[in-house]
Design a protein around this ligand. Structure first.
Ligand code: COA
Length: 168
């Protein structure tokens, strides 16, 4: 909702997250909420279901059934919220939105997120070398590569039979 956007914008601007994402301005988020091809979610956690992060799916009406996890940010990291949210996102993509392919890109320097997606069954498709100009950890500007990863519907189905995904 529009009322969630200050929280989303503050997470994007947080120095812990900025090196790993390409933040949008408020207008882009507002458009993403309205545009039917996009789904803009708040991750909620804890007993009071407080906001714990957000994620954005795009390509939800893709004729190619190719959905992208455009962005995912968790506020308190390393507590399992990211993994739980990604599993819900996969279920939404494959079960609700009938995805054939669910893909994302991650900055090569983002070793935490890359390891996370690997363990969630995403397969590396390739590397877009020096594709983005970004602020590095030391505060300077430089280029980083993007690693493209995806999961196909058949791979998701196999993981489900192995008990590695949420039950429908
Ligand atoms: C990437 C991110 C969404 C993961 O969410 P999270 O809630 O921190 O992750 P989880 O606690 O569910 O842990 C999932 C995996 O992440 C990795 N991870 C988590 N914390 C880590 C840490 N401090 N160091 C290294 N890896 C870590 C591990 O592989 C972990 O799996 P494990 O606990 O089985 O070893 C979150 O860290 C984040 O918001 N990062 C900044 C923004 C970002 O990079 N977004 C992704 C852009 S593509």
């Amino acid at each position: 909702m529009q009322s969630d956007l200050p929280y989303v914008l503050s997470l994007e601007q947080d120095a812990q997250n900025l090196p790993f994402i390409t933040p949008w301005d408020r207008t882009q988020h507002e458009a993403a909420i309205r545009f039917p091809d996009f789904r803009h979610f708040i991750i909620e956690a804890g007993e009071g279901l407080e906001p714990a992060g957000f994620l954005i799916l795009i390509g939800c009406r893709s004729q190619h059934q190719s959905l992208e996890l455009k962005r995912m940010v968790v506020q308190r990291k390393g507590q399992g919220y990211g993994r739980a949210a990604l599993r819900v996102a996969k279920r939404v993509a494959f079960e609700d939105l009938n995805a054939h392919r669910f893909w994302l890109d991650v900055k090569q320097r983002n070793t935490r997120a890359k390891a996370f997606y690997d363990t969630e069954g995403f397969v590396v498709e390739g590397v877009l070398r020096d594709a983005v100009r970004t602020r590095l950890h030391d505060g300077s500007m430089g280029h980083d590569s993007l690693v493209v990863l995806s999961m196909l519907r058949s791979e998701y189905a196999q993981r489900r039979t192995q008990g590695l995904e949420l039950r429908v």
